[in-house]
Design a binder for this molecule. Structure first.
Ligand SMILES: Nc1ncnc2c1ncn2[C@@H]1O[C@H](COP(=O)(O)OP(=O)(O)OP(=O)(O)O)[C@@H](O)[C@H]1O
Ligand SMILES: [Mg+2]
Length: 230
């Protein structure tokens, strides 16, 4: 579904990631791990089109998308939950959801506003609350809800567990897993919470200094010596 082939990207004169490749099947969850500054966020931004490629290709359903705009990639079903929340803090919860649903959720959408309220009942209770005044964990649930509105087919989550209580992380990841399995949605999960990520992952990729140094199953990752990269 999502395929990176030898992508290279960076900022100004600096190349940050190079030769980054992975390919994901529908329904697969990839835990994408690595130390701070390894290049995980840069990889997701390059895949989303927020950062130009300096080399390599990005494909979605076997079609190259690396020359498409971000909006066109979103229309195909590629989504990024950005590091540090992508919500409108001055709008209410309901307004946040309406704004994004108006753009992403048509009549045949996989996830309508009602569906996300079912996933996160606390958001329904807080429909009228200004989003920026909710707790960090509630804001994170809203951010995830916005990312899945419409018909996401590949969801890239950049450290979604930040600020969430451990039991909430487990619940949220379990929901992500169920959505992936029931809707053949693919997920790329960048996480510092390695244990929680490995629990739901089908595959693990580990990045070090801008390159992928491990790609395998969670069991292979657990048994390997890749952890010295952390
Ligand atoms: N906007 C930017 N301008 C210049 N350099 C940047 C920019 N964003 C990131 N970098 C640099 O690129 C490298 C990789 O950063 P990136 O944010 O991709 O890492 P990361 O793996 O997501 O780290 P973290 O786990 O801390 O989020 C770092 O050396 C960082 O300083
Ligand atoms: Mg990052």
């Amino acid at each position: 579904m999502l395929r990176l082939d030898g992508i290279e990207a960076g900022y100004g004169a600096k190349t940050v990631i190079s030769g980054v490749s992975f390919a994901l099947e529908p329904g697969q969850i990839l835990a994408f791990l690595g130390h701070n500054g390894a290049g995980k966020t840069t990889t997701l931004k390059a895949a989303m089109g927020l950062l130009p490629l300096r080399a390599g290709q990005v494909s979605f359903d076997d079609q190259r998308i690396d020359r498409l705009s971000v909006a066109d990639r979103v229309a195909l079903g590629l989504r990024l939950l950005p590091e540090g929340r992508g919500i409108f803090p001055d709008l209410s919860v309901a307004e946040n959801i309406e704004v994004v649903a108006a753009r992403n959720a048509g009549a045949n959408a996989m996830f309508s506003p009602d569906d996300v309220f079912k996933l996160f009942p606390v958001l329904e209770e807080r429909r009228a609350t200004r989003a920026g005044s909710m707790s960090g964990g509630q804001q994170q649930m809203l951010a995830l809800s916005l990312a899945i509105l419409g018909t996401p087919r590949c969801l890239m989550l950049d450290e979604p567990s930040i600020g969430l209580a451990p039991n909430l992380v487990e619940r949220m990841f379990e929901q992500v897993r169920q959505v992936c399995k029931s809707h053949a949605m693919t997920a790329v999960l960048v996480e510092q919470n390695v244990a929680a990520a490995l629990k739901i992952a089908d595959r693990v990729a580990i990045m070090n200094n801008g390159q992928i140094v491990f790609d395998g199953s969670p069991d292979e990752a657990r048994a390997s010596n890749v952890w010295h990269y952390f």
